[in-house]
Design a binder for this molecule. Structure first.
Ligand SMILES: [Zn+2]
Length: 144
């Protein structure tokens, strides 16, 4: 069976921020329209939590800490949400979703909007330039 996450991580992905032996970090698509929204995915295909080695989970957690710091440094988040759903795509992955201080949408509504990529016409759209700039900054931050 084809897994979109495994497929994506075999190819060159311009939104990829960081990779090591355990995990891949990439920015969510421009269509999600949320700057700083990143995915953390174990390199290996795991569908159940009980199958994920602790060293992989521990690497995910230390990466969440770094991303949290980055999002705060960049003034992109007052709160940082982390969710795992892995319903449509079974490969367990982590959504790190920043909630900006000026964002009126919070909690589950924001998570739903971001993960389903439901940005509407009234939203201010992220420019490709901002997007690329953030990815570059995140690459340097996570590599350092
Ligand atoms: Zn997979």
């Amino acid at each position: 069976m084809q897994c979109p996450i495994c497929e994506k991580n075999k190819k060159h992905n311009p939104s990829e921020i960081y990779r090591n032996q355990f995990i891949v970090v990439s920015h969510a698509p421009l269509d999600a329209n949320l700057l700083g929204y990143v995915y953390i995915e174990p390199v290996e295909h795991f569908e159940d939590w009980s199958d994920i080695p602790l060293e992989v989970l521990s690497d995910v957690q230390s990466t969440v800490k770094k991303i949290d710091l980055l999002l705060r440094n960049e003034q992109l988040a007052e709160r940082v949400y982390s969710v795992t759903i892995s319903e449509m795509v079974r490969h367990i992955h982590f959504h790190i979703i920043p909630r900006h201080k000026d964002n009126s949408m919070k909690g589950i509504s924001l998570i739903e909007k971001a993960t389903q990529q439901l940005s509407n016409e009234n939203d201010e759209l992220i420019q490709e330039e901002q997007f690329e700039k953030f990815i570059l900054k995140a690459k340097q931050f996570l590599a350092g």
